[in-house]
Write a protein that binds this ligand. Sequence first.
Ligand code: SDX
Length: 428
Amino acid sequence: MSDIAKLQIGEDSYEFPLVKGTENEVAIDIKSLRGATKGVITIDPGFKNTGSCESAITFLDGEKGILRYRGYSIEELAEKADFLEVAYALIFGDLPTQEELDKFKKDICAQSLVDEDIRKIVDAFPKSAHPMGVISSLTSALTAFNPSTVNVESEEEMYNAIVKIMGKFPVLVAWTMRKKQGLPLDYGDCSLGYVENTYKMMFKQPNQDYVTNKIVVDALDKLLILHADHEQNCSTSTVRIAGSSHAGLFASLSAGISALWGPLHGGANQAVLEMLEAIKEDGGDTKKYMAKAKDKNDPFRLMGFGHRVYKNFDPRAKIIKKAADEVLNDLGVDDPILEIAKALEQEALNDPYFVERKLYPNVDFYSGIIYRAMGIPVEMFTVMFALGRLPGWIAQWKEMRLNKEPIGRPRQIYTGENLRPFKSIEKR
Ligand code: SDX
């Protein structure tokens, strides 16, 4: 393949360089397009064909169902690493030595308290508030209590902001859940592992000793690894573009949390459980919901199915499906919802509508079944997605800042009114 792309517009022809990645992906570098063509731009709603950046963090191949963080396969990481190791690799470029990991954990623990005035903000929310609205607000509010995290330029200043949010976010996750349950808002125990401590903060009951359930902690650790990054998805692109204005890390993360909330994105894990519950209430009538999903006049979509990039199985869905069987079996949970999910999956995988459109189960299809078995309320499912995605968002924000990328500011094609004279109100 030559290293240029040719473009013909009318009588004029133009050449643009090609950019090639380490996995042989190719992009047309159109940085000079508008200038060279005196104003012509490209347009690509949803950016289905448009790259926003060059990134060294995560590689995925949607056709082959491949996902790697910093070159390590998701299968190996889910099997052999723990979440904090994976977080370190995503943020700093490679898996840590024991010494590096110990320091990272120590620095995070040193930052795992939040200002007591944050309680007043938590108290101000009604119990009915959706946890995603609460956690995005609290994440943004953290800026007010940690102003040094805003104007960061050096890697050291970035590191300090990073360990602060890695330490404080699990506390906010626990407080968000416990506020809805009317439980006391407490802190964790730094002697525990990162994920074990998070789970304890979420579930410790004030009137009884806490006993760790290793099955649940290991399953949660694996789920968080599987959610940790996914290149330029909707919420990550939001974090990058918000951060490109040099808004602080916490403000950029808060924007990403809000983008993740949507049912077409991270909110799908909650929507999947609600859909499966509805099917169960409907007597397990999966065919009715399959028909709704295929009906163009019905806005209903089969939640947990389809993906912008994966046109094959989402490798995370395969791992989570296997884990769902194992966790429910280990916990002795017999959840009819799992059987409905499997029946729905089999129907969809054999239905021409889904096969032609390459719609397979995605990361959200089975994750909620495990979260529910762990006792996590449905409305908290997307918050758990955000907890997993936190290191990925941080890594992407850091890469964007260290690469000194320009502020994100897309162009448009105007389709409104041409120039017209103002009309006084009497004449309108
Ligand atoms: C995540 O990007 C990421 O990496 C995201 C994520 C991550 O880790 O960050 O992987 C996490 O967000 C996973 C996706 C979770 N969302 C859902 O499960 C919601 C249900 N899925 C869809 O809404 C949809 O599949 C999307 C949003 C995920 C992808 O949509 P696209 O790429 O914009 O595809 P499309 O809407 O253009 O659909 C193509 C066709 C359409 O039919 P036609 O117009 O060609 O006839 O497929 C149909 C769609 O109607 N379709 C579905 C469907 N998904 C797509 N039809 C029924 N049910 C579905 N779920």
